[in-house]
Design a protein around this ligand. Structure first.
Ligand code: ACO
Length: 425
């Protein structure tokens, strides 16, 4: 393919063009500075591709999401989360033998080191589960250090991936039990991934938990929907941190921290808090929409807008449908769902939202569904992190295997003083 030509006035630079499998077009500027002295400037990486990746494809204009070529709708409806996790982490669907091995590794790694459990007892019950989660995941590098000295070994990678996918579930459930002051429920070896988690979350000495197959199905689906989303804020963080060649545990811990923010995965908690506020204060939907348009208010409609999706978010469509069916099948009415529907309808008719192509994103209805399934609000982003774990691992591995391997190090345009003097003591 022909090169792009960049006219810099005094001279022209030739830049190679790159095309992805789905026709995405890019200009390779790797050598621009060397050849011309210029860098590119793109705050918030709005138009910068940081890597070539074979994991996830998103077409934001058409609302398409695929994991390694498979449509998200297909996986969310038909696959179990552990199948999808294996698929992302290892690049292919597991055969019978690989499935048994993966399942065994998830089971064997579900426990936490007993000394790690002591951490839970020193954490104040008021701590947010996301802060506990990130701390504990990073602490895995303390308790399982032997497994990051040789992570390029495929067997070690397999074990680290299974360990993280399995233990994040135990850590998540323990952090919830700790927050409500109940005894920790240990993982059971006879339960599959999602049932095991539900049991650790909801079983209690006063009320034994009975696994509800519908809740288990929904959890599999929700985790699958969150399993990867190409170079979003948390995944880019995992790649950037991991590019220093720090271990996988610390790299995904950084991803968890990035995910927690309300502009990213933390939006699922924010949405519910916003809907509760509207309900409690009986705020008219119109006034909420008006406030979100007012730049001086500092308020945005949580769960609306997306850097990539400019038409609809396919994950949102599935979650909305499931949340509505859940209520219908149980003959339930949820005032928060009614407010969410009203907000969506009003926003989609509003010129401000139409012009800016702002649609509800994955976080708009996920919280409503989590609530229906019995999860407390503070656990929503933790559930997102559990789902995203295979994606982070796969992206970290892909980056480590890339040739040439480069540390992530953006440049800047300096705008501070050219000269200044130290005033002395
Ligand atoms: N409510 C009101 N206005 C909005 C919203 C919103 N939710 N989202 C974007 N806008 C406005 C912006 O103010 C901006 O207006 P302007 O052109 O007049 O300046 C315009 O729409 C474009 O938005 P940007 O902020 O430039 O979009 P960006 O791609 O940088 O940000 C983001 C995307 C962070 C998701 C943003 O839409 C937002 O803050 N949404 C609310 C938080 C949220 O739901 N986050 C979850 C995202 S999904 C995920 O991470 C899993």
């Amino acid at each position: 393919m022909a090169n792009a030509r960049l006219d810099l006035g005094s001279h022209t630079v030739e830049l190679p063009l790159v095309t992805g499998t789905m026709g995405e077009k890019a200009i390779d500027i790797t050598n621009l500075r060397k050849d011309s002295g210029f860098i590119t400037l793109d705050s918030g990486y709005q138009n910068t591709g940081s890597c070539k990746s074979a994991i996830t494809f998103v077409d934001g204009d058409k609302g398409i999401l695929k994991y390694r070529g498979v449509n998200i709708e297909d996986l969310a409806t038909n696959a179990r989360f552990t199948e999808v996790a294996y698929f992302l982490v290892h690049g292919k669907f597991a055969n019978q033998e690989e499935r048994s091995e993966f399942s065994q590794q998830l089971t064997e790694n579900s426990m936490l080191h007993e000394d790690m459990i002591k951490f839970f007892h020193s954490v104040p019950p008021t701590a947010h589960p996301m802060s506990i989660l990130s701390t504990m995941v990073n602490a895995m590098s303390i308790f399982y250090p032997q497994y990051f000295v040789d992570e390029n070994d495929d067997e070690v990678y397999k074990l680290m991936a299974s360990r993280l996918i399995s233990k994040i579930r135990t850590i998540a459930a323990f952090s919830y039990k700790r927050s409500i002051g109940e005894p920790l429920v240990y993982p059971r070896h006879d339960l599959p991934y999602c049932s095991n988690f539900l049991n650790m979350m909801f079983d209690s000495p006063v009320k034994p938990y009975e696994i509800d197959p519908e809740t288990e199905r929904l959890l599999n689906m929700i985790l699958t929907l969150h399993a990867d989303h190409e170079q979003n804020c948390s995944t880019s963080t995992v790649r950037l941190v991991g590019s220093s060649k720090v271990n996988l545990y610390s790299s995904v811990c950084a991803g968890i921290c990035a995910l927690w923010g309300p502009l990213h995965g933390g939006a699922n908690q924010e949405v519910i808090e916003m809907l509760e506020l509207i309900h409690r204060e009986k705020l008219p939907v119109k006034s909420v929409i008006e406030k979100s348009k007012d730049k001086n208010s500092g308020f945005k409609l949580s769960g609306f807008g997306h850097r990539v999706y400019r038409n609809f978010d396919p994950r949102m469509k599935i979650l909305k449908q499931e949340a509505q069916s859940f209520l219908k099948n149980r003959n339930m009415d949820d005032p928060l769902m009614n407010i969410a529907l009203e907000l969506e309808e009003a926003a989609l008719k509003d010129e401000y939202f139409i012009e800016r192509k702002l649609y509800p994103n994955v976080d708009f209805y996920s919280g409503i569904l989590y609530r229906e399934m019995g999860f407390p609000t503070e656990m929503f982003t933790v559930l997102f992190a559990m789902g995203r774990m295979p994606g982070w691992i796969a992206q970290w591995k892909e980056m480590h295997d890339s040739v040439p391997f480069k540390i992530g190090r953006p440049r800047q345009v300096y705008i501070g003083p050219a000269e200044a003097v130290y005033p002395g003591r």
